[in-house]
Design a protein around this ligand. Sequence first.
Ligand code: ATP
Length: 299
Amino acid sequence: LMQLFRPLDLLGMVYREIRQGLIDMEAMFKLIDTPAEVVDAPDAVPIAVTGGLVRFEDVHFGYDPERTILKGVDFEIRPGGTLAVVGHSGAGKSTLARILYRFYEISGGRVTIDGQDIGHVTQASLRRAIGIVPQDTVLFNDTIGYNIGYGREGATQAEIEAAARGAAIHDFILSLPQGYDTKVGERGLKLSGGEKQRVAIARTLLKNPPILILDEATSALDSRTEADIQATLRGVEQGRTTIVIAHRLSTIVHADEILVLEAGRVVERGTHAELMARDGLYADMWMRQASEAEEKEAA
Ligand code: ATP
């Protein structure tokens, strides 16, 4: 009988692998357009993340050889620290995140995590170590419990609920007609942008990665929801090395370092206070966003 089950087991495994692949793809959908073929080095070993020290050393990259996008980017994020990346559209912010996830091979420089070159480790282990809260979360046509449990295979109901609490969506779920068994997605209950983001946060909490990429949504949630989600995210960031791709500067005031990217180069860097004192591009962007916010308030 076991002989009979073994292939089924294998099928189940392949199926789970494919679905995990799909969700990674989905998570990265906003970050990537067409993933290039990056293959593991023959001697690749699983990455051993000890503290989560992330370093970019003189990183050069272009999606095609004729057009360089990143022109020598350097930064270091201490274990558990937060780096925010800002800059105009097309500056290369998302590209940095894609490179850390190793969706593309860089053409020069080095990216390391705890001293290990990410080009020398297995992609599967690298991607297990990195969690992404994407701009938009696409839900599976399944229960909300399943959608959260997706963060980690084999998660128990208690673990799923703990993650939902951490993402501040547990009470909302309990208020639904069928609780955790409520169907969501295209054919089920439609969730708001904020609720979907909370599902993504809960998934990430279950995955419990030492490194986190937050790809901030460009489409604004209402300011109260936004503030609530930001507060939740500050909690999720605790103890994890975090890169925030930021559009609203008010959400990154707490970052250890802010990089201002322009056409693939770091043109300013420092804390919020340092950059404001510098009175350069960042201060300019800040003033502009502040006056836009005031205008919105007044309208
Ligand atoms: P935004 O704030 O609009 O999201 P960004 O700073 O994140 O912008 P990136 O997405 O990193 O910008 O893009 C940087 C540059 O790389 C852009 O000029 C873009 O056109 C180019 N680019 C992005 N993805 C690809 C791709 N898959 N193939 C070719 N070029 C790309």
